[in-house]
Design a protein around this ligand. Structure first.
Ligand code: ZN
Length: 393
């Protein structure tokens, strides 16, 4: 068993479900256990370790400007930072940034199972595999004879990626770097672009009346049904015409609908919720005003508001940047790549750190009941990261 595999098995055995998905003090909540465990591993390898409190008691950083804080307020949730300083003056900084939290799972998923060259368990690919590959590469580098003389390397294990990305939001306020490699399962490909996700609620207002005399009311559901139809047809067609070279078109999905109280009352209110996947040049304000203008053009109107705690931003990093080019070359990749999922890379990038996504494993297995990672790929991920980091000045 390699050191990377051993580390991954130990990580899977530590439940680390994002506390936002669980009732208070649930035994499966445990980013803190992961952070503490990684701190011990990093310190043993000679790395400088510190914590950054994101939610919790002293010195915390309020990562989110608004929204539901109640479930977080009494729990100490912190990013772990492990640093390898170069001998000489720091000329550049590389950030390795996987997340510590996972989505929920039953207790059996926290028992790592090895079978046919795979390791099974919650987080195996999303994204404890990246945590293990990144920290192992850094520990190996710390103990190797040749290592960068002017490049500082920081491992940042981030909390809360699966919920509201508070860990990366907090990190980027206090850390700067020349390149961040964000750990997510990309099958060891360097990803430079992904879409964002905006959740919108649309509300139409009508006028209530008796069901026997609907002519005296105004039916909010009828108005909304026209809106739903147009969003799924005309509006979606418009989106399909604007294509991003790596990401294709933005999309819209009407996910829920609610309205009315009973059959014999003309409904005076109707609401739908929408998942709007955004392209790198689309800001939230731009999407909302564009949608409002679209409805006005059809003589329809609805109140539009965002419902996500914090919208997931789109990512687009210039693949021609020298460090990105160097990393791509090291991985053996000539063309940049876009993916359909979003992650912490966009938050770091928006905060001024050029970011790419890279890690062992396949997102197709993430969040599923049977999550696994190829152990050969895990090891190769560690090797590629080591090779890249060790090639830096
Ligand atoms: Zn992930």
């Amino acid at each position: 068993m390699t050191r990377t595999e051993k580390l991954l098995a130990e990580l899977i055995a530590l439940p680390s479900v994002n506390p936002a998905f669980l009732p208070p003090r649930h035994p499966h909540a445990g980013e803190k256990n992961i952070a503490d465990f990684l701190a011990t591993v990093a310190a043993r390898a000679g790395l400088e370790v510190e914590f950054q409190n994101v939610f919790g008691v002293r010195g915390h950083v309020r990562a989110l400007e608004s929204g539901d804080r109640s479930s977080h307020s009494k729990i100490e949730r912190r990013n772990i930072i492990a640093r390898l300083r170069p001998k000489n003056k720091i000329k550049q900084t590389i950030l390795l940034a996987p997340h510590l939290d996972t989505v929920g799972a039953d207790g059996t998923k926290f028992i790592p199972q090895r079978k046919n060259g795979r390791l099974y368990g919650r987080g195996a690919c999303d994204t404890k595999g990246s945590v293990a590959a990144m920290l192992s590469a850094l520990c190996e580098l710390a103990n190797s004879k040749s290592r960068p003389l002017e490049t500082e390397i920081i491992f940042a294990g981030l909390i809360d990626e699966e919920h509201a990305q508070a860990g990366s939001r907090a990190l980027v306020k206090n850390f700067k770097a020349d390149l961040a490699i964000v750990g997510e399962p990309t099958k060891l490909q360097v990803v430079t672009a992904h879409k964002g996700s905006l959740w919108l609620e649309l509300e139409t207002r009508g006028k209530a009346a008796h069901g026997a005399t609907p002519q005296f009311g105004k039916n909010a559901i009828h108005e909304m049904s026209r809106i739903v139809d147009l969003l799924e047809t005309d509006y979606a067609t418009r989106l399909r015409k604007r294509k991003h070279p790596l990401l294709g078109a933005a999309t819209v999905n009407v996910g829920t609908v609610s309205g009315g109280t009973q059959a014999n009352i003309v409904p005076d209110i109707c609401k739908i919720s929408i998942d709007r996947r955004t392209l790198p040049d689309e800001t939230n304000a731009k999407v909302k005003s564009e949608m409002a203008a679209f409805l006005r053009g059809k003589n329809l109107s609805a109140k539009i508001s965002s419902t996500k705690l914090a919208p997931a931003l789109p990512l687009e990093t210039n693949h021609k940047l020298p460090l990105v080019q160097k990393f791509m070359k090291c991985v053996g990749q000539s063309k940049p790549l876009g993916v359909h999922f979003f992650c912490d890379a966009a938050i770091l990038s928006a905060g001024g750190i050029p970011s790419v996504v890279f890690g062992p494993g396949d997102m197709a297995q993430a969040h599923t009941a049977v999550e696994w990672i190829s152990l050969a790929e895990l090891e190769r991920g560690k090797d590629l990261l080591f090779k890249f980091l060790n090639s830096l000045p």
